[in-house]
Design a protein around this ligand. Structure first.
Ligand SMILES: [Zn+2]
Length: 378
């Protein structure tokens, strides 16, 4: 290698190191800490350019992030992504909230900076939304109930996952498993996944905008980072915000923010590309079902039952199979991304052929099953 080139590489390395060591300047706007988009671009080694007076692009050869001025509706690699706080301009500079940067954008753009990733997901928890007297959303014109389709899609996905050797646990396998009290039921679903040592959790739902019958499309949620509001909420510290009385310090789900957003992004991309539904974005919310999770987890709203055209698609088994296959592809894409982030194992630590555990491997968790309903007081 020519000496001049070697020196240039050393200088660039030193500059990158210095950059990483210097904290980014923070600007307090209201109650939120903001970072300059230019500093974020520098830290993540992204090029920055204004696409218009309303839109800033941060990009490299692998990723393209488009940030709105005074808005939350961003896009990453062509997929919509709702920021937790609006990007704002001050003195001609665009600013991003620190939480958006640290908890969602950096994990998505530079996941290798998030520390060691979880192991390859082997135990997948599927949560068919609703059940029993909780029908979920309904389309009365077409006599359709959400709870029926969530269970059907979960069974289809279970079959696909098991065919590739995964263990699947389901929070319900029939229509009468729950106490029908959502305050009790929803956290139990997440806690059940924890008890079964799930590596990944997918809650399956269908959406409603009733009485609006025109809204349609696909949304994928991860649990909101600490101190952020839900995507659909413009108020702070309302009922769904932190702290939660059950988890006063930190919601367990927040420990896996980085991996949950990677899972959400992988799943979102596969669903949009496969189903050709309208992209309603990656969102965040304080879903009670996700809050207790010890593993990465997401909630998927594949389509709107309140939209008749979309509800008719959902009523077609071929479309539900397509949803299940897209979800499988999403889980596979997430697993592949984790594999890319893990250092290659040395010979002593390589997995033995055929998926058999090497000697000294930790005991396998208990066999999968379904969640028992909570005992009602007699
Ligand atoms: Zn639902």
């Amino acid at each position: 290698m020519p000496r001049a080139l070697l020196r240039l590489i050393c200088v660039l390395w030193a500059v990158a190191g210095a950059r990483a060591a210097t904290p980014m300047a923070t600007l307090r706007i209201g109650r939120i800490d903001y970072l300059r988009a230019a500093d974020v671009a520098g830290r993540l080694n992204l090029r920055m350019r204004w696409l218009s007076s309303r839109q800033l692009e941060l990009a490299d050869s692998a990723h393209r992030l488009e940030l709105p001025v005074d808005g939350r509706d961003a896009s990453l690699d062509g997929l919509r992504l709702f920021l937790g706080e609006p990007a704002l301009t001050r003195s001609g500079q665009l600013y991003l909230s620190r939480i958006d940067y640290e908890r969602r954008l950096r994990p998505l753009l530079r996941p290798e900076q998030e520390g060691s990733p979880p192991g390859h997901p082997r135990i997948i928890a599927l949560d068919p939304g609703h059940g029993g007297s909780d029908h979920g959303t309904e389309n009365p014109r077409l006599h359709l109930m959400e709870k029926t389709f969530t269970l059907d899609v979960a069974f289809r996905l279970k079959k696909l996952l098991e065919a590739q050797g995964d263990l699947v646990v389901m929070t319900r396998t029939n229509d009468s498993r729950f106490a029908n009290d959502q305050r009790v039921d929803l956290p139990l679903r997440g806690e059940f996944a924890n008890q079964r040592h799930a590596d990944l959790f997918v809650s399956i739902h269908f959406n409603s905008a009733a009485p609006d019958t025109r809204t349609r499309g696909t949304e994928v949620f991860s649990f909101a980072p600490r101190y952020q509001r839900s995507s659909d909420s413009w108020q702070r510290r309302e009922d769904d915000s932190e702290p939660n009385p059950r988890y006063p310090d930190l919601s367990p789900a927040n420990r896996n923010d980085a991996w949950s957003v990677l899972l959400a992004h992988a799943m979102h991309g596969e669903l949009i590309h496969s189903l050709h539904t309208e992209d309603r974005g990656e969102k965040i919310a304080h879903w009670a079902v996700l809050r207790p999770l010890d593993c990465p987890g997401i909630l998927v709203e594949s389509a709107f039952l309140s939209n008749d055209a979309e509800a008719e698609r959902v009523a077609n088994p071929a479309f539900r199979q397509q949803i299940a296959e897209a979800m499988l592809a999403g889980i596979q894409a997430y697993g592949a991304e984790l594999g890319r982030l893990r250092p290659a194992p040395g010979p002593a630590h390589a997995a033995s052929p055929g998926g058999i555990d090497p000697p000294g491997a930790p005991a396998r968790p208990p066999l999968p099953g379904t969640l028992e309903p909570p005992q009602r007081p007699s």
